[in-house]
Design a protein around this ligand. Structure first.
Ligand code: ZN
Length: 178
């Protein structure tokens, strides 16, 4: 049991070809994170600010599934979902309620799909009641972002382009088109 976050697209398969399928190296730290997030519901923790939007966008592109990024106190959680949704486990959600955690962002697995689903909007509505959080962010595999509230999209943008040299080659794929 937990809180489910659905993406808008309900197709069974992702339209995105992974980096490794195209013979592009993904950065080591992302490979390492992915190796610990092999199944729906798997989660990893890090310090605040770990697992950046560009990393998570790349992870969705690589796997074709969603990931949700949550911070409670000094710990960041990254949870693997599937192609349609990510479930924030009940124990984590109650910790968020108790300690004022934030649902920082989540990824959708389809290019350009940064429209919040009904369950995305419901979750932010719930959080606004429990913790006061009124907005969260969606990030797509091709680097688009949207900030949304319980009533829908507030603004759209792109992932802040602060990337280290290590990631540049892979991210050129995201931002550079073909
Ligand atoms: Zn969503």
């Amino acid at each position: 049991m937990g809180v489910s976050v659905n993406s808008t697209y309900l197709t069974a398969s992702s339209d995105i070809e992974s980096y490794s399928e195209r013979g592009i190296d993904i950065p080591e730290h992302i490979k390492e994170n992915l190796s610990k997030l092999q199944h729906k519901g798997d989660s990893i923790t890090g310090s605040v600010g770990e697992f950046s939007m560009s990393d998570v966008s790349l992870m969705s592109k690589e796997t074709g599934v969603e990931f949700a990024h949550v911070t409670v106190g000094d710990t960041t959680y990254l949870i693997r979902g599937d192609v349609k949704c990510t479930v924030i486990p009940y124990h984590l959600f109650s910790k968020m309620k108790k300690k004022g955690g934030t649902w920082d962002f989540h990824s959708h697995p389809h290019n350009d799909d940064c429209i919040p689903s009904d369950s995305d909007k419901n979750l932010i509505k719930k959080l606004s009641r429990y913790t006061g959080q009124k907005e969260s962010v969606i990030v797509t595999p091709n680097g688009k972002t949207s900030t949304f509230s319980e009533s829908g999209v507030i603004s759209v943008g792109t992932i802040p382009n602060k990337i280290d040299a290590d990631r540049q080659r892979a991210l050129l794929e995201l931002f550079g088109g073909k």
